[in-house]
Design a protein around this ligand. Structure first.
Ligand code: MG
Length: 249
């Protein structure tokens, strides 16, 4: 995870009693050292510093049905601007130009090593780990514009966190999205239309992926609108909790 402590951005690992800082060891690899920052002295930030945020539009068969769209042959890609990023706990402003803003709970891939035209059988080697994201979307503007830049691109429309979970096999990963206390989405990697290696291969055939880049893997069925005052909470046992409140602009 990445924390803000006394005006400094620091990489750290969560311990029961605080955040244990990571320093650069041999070969520039991050490794833990002795400094422990108490949790009440740090703010959790977006866990990485990406060069781009790539997103897959439709990756669950049942979500395609929910939106009345055909199941795509290839992943549909779009980008979200870096200014859309928000950290765990950050408040998300409801834009004045939209009357329907939806949450989209998603699992996100975090890239570990640079690559271009990566074959599927080498894709997992380029992954640092996994995190959670909310691909917040102004649904009315998405329909009106015919493309998605404005609808998906507002400041704060991409909360990411709380940490990058490394060293896990993705096949078993699942997450749940709650609007306030109500369970709305249950996403499983095993329900993906496009596997994680397929997504990496497809994206990297188009653009070089760089360490820290984030790839949102699509949202399962159960999307719905938010209002100012609502809280969206995305939970994954292996990764943690990403929670953000929607507020008036
Ligand atoms: Mg999405």
């Amino acid at each position: 995870m990445r924390i803000l402590h006394k005006n400094e951005y620091l990489y750290a690992v969560e311990e029961e009693t605080g955040y244990s800082l990571l320093g650069r060891g041999e070969a520039g690899k991050l490794r833990p050292h002795d400094t422990l920052i108490p949790k009440n002295e740090a703010k959790l930030m977006v866990p990485v510093n990406p060069s781009k945020i790539i997103a897959v539009g439709l990756n669950y068969r049942n979500h395609a049905q929910e939106l009345n769209l055909p199941v795509p042959e290839n992943p549909i890609l779009f980008l979200k601007p870096l200014t859309a990023l928000a950290g765990p706990g950050d408040k998300i402003q409801y834009p004045v130009s939209s009357q329907q803003v939806d949450y989209e709970g998603e699992l996100a891939i975090v890239i570990g090593t640079k690559g271009r035209c990566i074959p599927e059988d080498q894709a997992l080697e380029h992954i640092m780990g996994y995190t959670l994201a909310n691909d917040i979307t102004a649904r009315d503007l998405q329909k009106k514009d015919g493309q998605w830049t404005r609808a998906k691109g507002f400041d704060g429309f991409c909360p990411v966190g709380p940490c990058v979970r490394t060293g896990i096999e993705p096949e078993e990963l699942e997450f749940k999205t709650y609007l306030n206390a109500e369970l709305c989405q249950h996403g499983k990697v095993s329900d993906f239309i496009f596997t994680i290696p397929r997504i990496i291969a497809f994206v990297s055939e188009v653009m070089t992926i760089l360490p820290g880049d984030i790839i949102l893997t699509g949202t399962p069925p159960g999307i719905g609108p938010v209002q100012p005052g609502d809280t969206v909470r995305i939970e994954c046992e292996a990764i943690g909790v990403l929670e953000n409140e929607i507020v008036k602009y």
